[in-house]
Design a protein around this ligand. Structure first.
Ligand code: MF3
Ligand code: CO
Length: 249
């Protein structure tokens, strides 16, 4: 069952989401060659604690950090590391979730470190546009498959591929609620969206083949062919005529 949030619940998800968005904006500004992924994690954690929020990922199924930092062929769930430094030409994805007054917000973005190749730059913009397409498909009465299909069709049309092993999700009092939101699907299929549903929509896109494998750290998902990947995510609430994006500054 997909929960419909009350106005009071929505307000807390809105606040949690705002903390995520502001923190990600701050982190994006710190993306430059020479910064370690652990530096970004430490900044994320100290920033969200200033808001009296708690990291959502830290300890989730044993995940050891506040932030996921995934570089180049790493698709998602890269673990911050004090010996891993960003360098020019890297494509870096940051994924952050917080809990505020018992409610969750979740978002991700991908950015270039210095100058990246034209293909990687196109990958980043296609993934961001795929999320925008998905968001445009959300409204009361639309079917979940319409949203999933919006991502897949756009990405495939651009000659790239969507990762199938991970999905977006409902969000609220838990990080992952129903429904699961794949980045592929059939228009007109799936649950009907209703006003007050809160969704974390998160396209994960590879330049090459879509298959991923998990590295020995038990978390980092990398593209099997080593091709570059990108990830964007927003938490949104369904409204009568569309949706409100909650993870905005
Ligand atoms: N945005 C991702 C998700 O919704 C991040 C999860 S990282 C984890 O699944 F560590 F919490 F698993
Ligand atoms: Co998520």
């Amino acid at each position: 069952m997909v929960e419909i949030k009350t106005a009071a619940e929505l307000e807390k998800i809105r606040q949690a989401s705002k903390i995520v968005a502001r923190t990600l904006a701050l982190l994006k500004n710190e993306i430059r060659a020479g910064v370690s992924t652990a530096d970004l994690n430490a900044l994320a954690e100290s920033e969200i604690r200033k808001y009296n929020a708690v990291p959502a990922f830290l300890g989730y199924r044993g995940y050891p950090a506040t932030l996921c930092v995934s570089i180049n062929e790493e698709v998602v769930h890269g673990i911050p590391n004090a010996r891993r430094f960003l360098k020019n030409g890297d494509v870096v994805s940051l994924d952050l979730g917080v809990v505020y007054e018992d409610f969750y917000g979740d978002a991700a973005l991908t950015a270039a470190v210095g100058a990246v190749s034209p293909e990687c730059s196109r990958l980043i913009s296609v993934t961001e546009q795929a999320l925008a397409r998905a968001i445009s498909a959300v409204k009361n009465g639309a079917r979940l498959g319409d949203v999933c299909h919006a991502v897949e069709s756009f990405v495939v049309q651009k000659g790239m591929s969507v990762v199938k092993e991970f999905t977006g999700h409902g969000i609220g009092r838990r990080l992952h609620e129903e429904p699961s939101i794949p980045n592929y699907g059939r228009p007109g299929s799936g649950v009907a969206l209703k006003v007050g549903m809160t969704l974390a929509i998160e396209p994960m896109v590879c330049l090459g083949r879509p298959e991923v494998l998990i590295k020995n750290d038990g978390w980092t998902a990398v593209s099997v062919d080593g091709s570059c990947a990108a990830h964007f995510e927003h938490t949104v609430v369904v409204t009568e005529n569309g949706c409100e994006v909650l993870t905005v500054v």
